[in-house]
Each structure stands twice: as structure tokens, then as C-alpha cells.
Design a protein around this ligand. Structure first.
Ligand code: UD1
Ligand code: CA
Length: 484
């Protein structure tokens, strides 16, 4: 099918006062990415030819995020927050210049799936002038209600369907419903809660806010919306009745409530996070990842995990982590910006920081921190170590308590360790320093100079021993304490 070009308008001008935050609402993160970022990614996956973000005044950070994540997008400023229709019209110029479909998304509704957006757009192909994404709300209060036409031929069979007659004489027979089976997907109007009658408030099919349009003079149509309502705002939802009057049909597409959760306050932010995490964990398990206690594994928006990876409880994946097939992640690890190779064994209690690049079969054990270090195949750092800024050759063994002394308070320097090297426990490697292939570093050494391949380097004071000293010491001290 040859779909017309698509313009997506993302509304992000809301102040988000209920977040009680210095940060604009849409910059709060879910799975390590801003809500705006999630919505821009959705827009990207919908193949929009043009992307527009509507921001409020004094929101340079929101504008910058949009520019960073979608460089080809444009931003428009809504100078006063006069409602959702007014917000869309902030992009009037883009709408007027565009010939094709328009989709409106809210930046504070970050969980919508790309498939759902495709279903919405399919309604336009079936002939609708406007399609609205709706959902059955467990608790509809606060949402706009979708007033739909009764399903043809079902009315008499469903005696629990109540008709609204007085308010809707002009529309025919709208349905009040609590199940999607009872009405058609023809939309008659959207009623905001504050403007709804008691009967309308009982409708639990609600407006998600997402709308798709195939209306040639959309900007003109939106221009006819007034603010003659309970909130004194220009409601985008009024477009339904106007579009119908102009001869367009309006349809509803339903989705799960989870997908259209709108974030207004921090508890909803946490709820959205939980939904996102559950969804992503399920996807990964379906792709062949084992999680022993999935609820305790936290993922980022870009976490990549290969097949047959086994993840024990309490593991945190910050942004930028990739785990290759068959790796074993033991309990209580923290990762960020790290690559974990095939068959690697990490943790328990390991910390991989940005730039940790671990090849196949690397072992990193408990209380080991790795930052900006590449570890070649089969190398090991099994206990209590800090490896920062450097490289570890294949099959090298880093002993317990080894420290790469990488920072002198001003500059960072590198430690390079050759293949097959053995670094004895409790060694300090003072960077910049290079240890050649196959060398040995004696335990407890402070290595400040390069070591040639195959050498033993050690830096220790000679050990002293005084035979019989302990017995004499105990006798002397015992006498002093009066124990003799
Ligand atoms: C809106 C819908 C309601 C729907 C609900 C879903 C209208 C009139 N009502 O209500 O039917 O059930 O969303 O969550 O559309 N915004 C601006 N500028 C404005 C006003 C809003 O950019 O002047 C943006 C907000 O940043 C937000 C979105 O539009 O992203 C929705 O605004 P909000 O005020 O939260 O609308 P609701 O009252 O929740
Ligand atoms: Ca809202």
C-alpha cells in the first residue's frame, strides 16, 4: 500500500507541575531514556517523513533533547498553555505545508507500541478521516470519554446497553458501555470529564490522546475549536464533532490500558517504569534469555542480551550494555556502557563501567570494578580488583587485590598487560605502564616501570626472620601484665 506521507506532532509543552520537579516532565526517564525519547523513537519506527515537537516557553532542555535524538525534527513553541488543540496549532505552519496523514502523540505517554500506531493508521486507509486510540479504563476518572455508536444488530440483544437520548438526539444512538463488544468503532464525540453528564461519566472507554488524521484542511478545522467549556481550554477532542460535521468519519482503535498510561506524577512514572521493565523482560525471555528472578533484573532501553545468557537475581543494566550468547551473569552485578563476550562469567557482585569490553570467556568475579579496559579472550580477574584505563591480554590472570593506579589527580594513564601474563595478588600497577606477554608480577609489588615479556618483576623489601622471637615476646609481655 502506498500510504501518504506522515507528519507526527509530539505535544511536550505541559509544565508537569504534579511532578514537583526542576526538570521538565518529559525529560524524566524510563529505562534510562527520557519519556520524550521513547515517544520520538516510536515516531521514528512509524516512518514519519516529518517530526515536530511542541514545547513550552523556557524549555531549552526539552528542545535540546528533541534535537539530539531526532536531529531532522523541528520544534515549535506554544507560548501559552491553552489546551491540546492550541498546542497542535502551535505547529500550524507545519500542518498547513504538509500533504498527508498527521498523528498527534503526547510526550508524557511513553509506552505505546509501534504495532498499535500502525493499527491506528490502518483505520485511515479504511476511510476514516480521524482515528482515536482508546482503551477501557479500570478507573476512567480524569480521562475524556469516547462516545461511540451502538453496534448494529446488537442493541436489542444486549439489554444492559443504555442509550443516551436527550444529549445526543442529533447523533443517533450513542452507546454507554463497559465492554468493547457492545458498540461499534464509530466515534461520535469525545467528552472531557469536567464537561460530561453523569451518564457520560459512566462510560469507561477512554481517550488516550493519540489521534491520527487524514483531513486535507486539518489546520482550518482545528481553528474552529473554541474554548467554551469547563476548563476554558481549546480541546483537541472537540475535533471529532467538527470533523463529522464536515463529512469525515471518526473511528476508535482500542489498545491495552498499560500502553497508554499517561505520566503526570512520580507514582505514575514508577508505574510506567514497571510496565516497561515487565514488557522488556518478557520479550528477552521469549528470545531465549534465562532470568531466575525476572522481577529483580532492571534493563535499559538499549540493553542487548543474546541467547542462553543466564541472569541471576538483582542485576542492573544501565544504558549501553550488550551481552553476547551464553554468558553467565551471577547475582548482584551493576553494568553500564559495557560489552560482555560469549560465554563470559561475571559476578557475583561485579561492576562494569563504561568502556569495559570483555571478550569471549572472560571471568570477572566478586568485587571487581572494570572501567575503560578491554579484556581479551579467556582473561580473568576473579576477586577484589580495580582495572581502569588499559588492556588485558588473552588468558592473562589478574590476582586478587590488583589495582591499576590510573589517576594522579590530574591525568588518567593506561596500564597494558600482555597475553598470558600473571599478575600476583595485591599488586599496584602505576600507570602509564606496560607488562609484556607472559611476564610474572610478584605478589604485593608496586610496579612503576615497564616489564619485558617473559620476565619476573617484583618490588618488595627482603623478608626478615628472627627465630624464637615470638616465645620471648609473649613471656616478656605476660610478665608486665602480671600474668607470668
Ligand atoms: C487529555 C485529553 C483527554 C485524554 C487525556 C489522556 C484533551 C482536551 N483531553 O486530557 O481526553 O483522556 O489527555 O491522557 O485533549 N499539552 C500541551 N499544551 C497544552 C495542553 C497540553 O502541550 O496547552 C500537552 C501536555 O504536555 C500533554 C498533553 O498535551 O503531553 C495532554 O495534556 P493534559 O493537560 O495532560 O491533558 P488531559 O487533561 O490529561
Ligand atoms: Ca494528562
Amino acid at each position: 500500500m502506498n500510504a501518504p506521507p506522515l507528519l507526527i506532532i509530539v505535544l511536550a509543552a505541559g509544565k508537569g507541575t504534579r511532578m514537583k520537579s526542576a526538570l521538565p516532565k518529559v525529560l524524566h526517564k524510563i529505562a534510562g531514556r527520557s519519556m520524550l525519547g521513547h515517544v520520538l523513537a516510536l515516531a521514528h519506527s512509524a516512518n514519519a517523513q516529518q517530526l515536530v515537537t511542541v514545547v513550552g516557553t523556557d524549555m531549552p532542555a526539552v528542545e535540546a533533547e528533541a534535537k539530539k535524538l531526532a536531529p531532522a525534527s523541528r520544534t515549535f513553541i506554544q507560548h501559552q498553555q491553552q489546551g491540546t488543540a492550541d498546542a497542535v496549532l502551535a505547529a500550524r505552519e507545519a500542518i498547513k505545508a504538509h500533504k498527508g496523514d498527521v498523528i498527534v502523540l503526547y510526550a508524557d505517554t511513553p509506552l505505546i507500541r509501534a504495532e498499535t500506531l500502525m493499527k491506528l493508521r490502518a483505520k485511515l486507509n479504511e476511510g476514516a478521516g480521524v482515528a482515536v486510540l482508546g482503551f477501557l479504563a479500570a478507573n476512567p476518572s480524569g480521562y475524556g470519554r469516547l462516545l461511540t455508536e451502538e453496534k448494529k444488530g446488537l442493541g436489542s440483544a444486549f439489554n444492559f446497553v443504555k442509550h443516551l437520548t436527550s444529549d445526543f438526539a442529533s447523533y443517533g444512538r450513542p452507546t454507554l458501555r463497559s465492554s468493547s463488544a457492545r458498540s461499534s468503532d464509530t466515534l461520535l464525540a469525545i467528552r472531557e470529564e469536567k464537561d460530561a453528564s453523569a451518564a457520560e461519566r459512566r462510560v469507561d472507554l477512554c481517550n488516550s490522546g493519540v489521534m491520527a488524521f487524514r483531513i486535507a484542511n486539518l489546520a482550518d478545522l482545528l481553528g474552529h475549536i473554541t474554548n467554551n467549556n469547563a476548563k476554558g481550554e481549546f480541546y483537541l477532542t472537540d475535533v471529532i464533532e467538527l470533523a463529522r460535521k464536515a463529512g469525515h468519519s471518526a473511528a476508535v482503535v482500542e489498545c491495552e490500558e498499560d500502553e497508554v498510561l499517561g505520566v503526570n506524577a512520580r507514582d505514575q512514572l514508577a508505574e510506567a517504569e514497571a510496565i516497561w521493565q515487565r514488557r522488556r523482560r518478557t520479550d528477552l525471555m521469549q528470545e531465549g534469555v534465562t532470568m531466575i528472578a525476572p522481577d529483580t533484573v532492571w534493563l535499559s532501553y538499549d540493553t542487548v542480551i543474546g541467547r542462553d545468557v543466564v541472569i541471576e537475581p538483582n542485576v542492573f543494566f544501565g544504558p549501553g550494555v550488550k551481552v553476547d550468547e551464553g554468558a553467565e551473569i551471577k547475582a548482584n552485578c551493576h553494568f553500564e556502557g559495557a560489552v560482555i563476550g560469549k560465554g563470559a562469567r561475571i559476578g557475583p557482585f561485579a561492576r562494569l563501567r563504561p568502556g569495559a569490553a570483555l571478550s569471549e570467556n572472560v571471568h570477572v568475579g566478586n568485587f571487581v570494578e572494570v572501567k575503560n579496559v578491554t579484556m581479551a579472550a579467556g582473561s580473568k580477574a576473579n576477586h577484589l580488583a580495580y582495572l581502569g584505563d588499559g588492556s588485558v591480554g588473552a588468558e592473562a590472570n589478574i590476582g586478587a587485590g590488583t589495582i591499576f593506579c590510573n589517576y594522579d589527580g590530574f591525568n588518567k594513564s593506561r596500564t597494558e598487560i600482555g597475553a598470558g601474563t600473571f599478575v600476583g595478588s595485591n599488586s599496584s600497577l602505576v600507570a602509564p605502564v606496560k607488562i609484556g606477554d607472559g611476564a610474572y608480577i610478584g605478589s604485593g609489588s608496586v610496579i612503576t616501570k615497564d616489564v619485558a615479556a617473559g620476565s619476573l618483576a617484583l618490588e618488595r623489601s627482603p623478608q626478615e626472620e628472627r627465630p624464637g622471637w615470638a616465645e620471648k615476646f609473649r613471656t616478656l609481655m605476660g610478665r608486665r601484665k602480671g600474668k607470668s
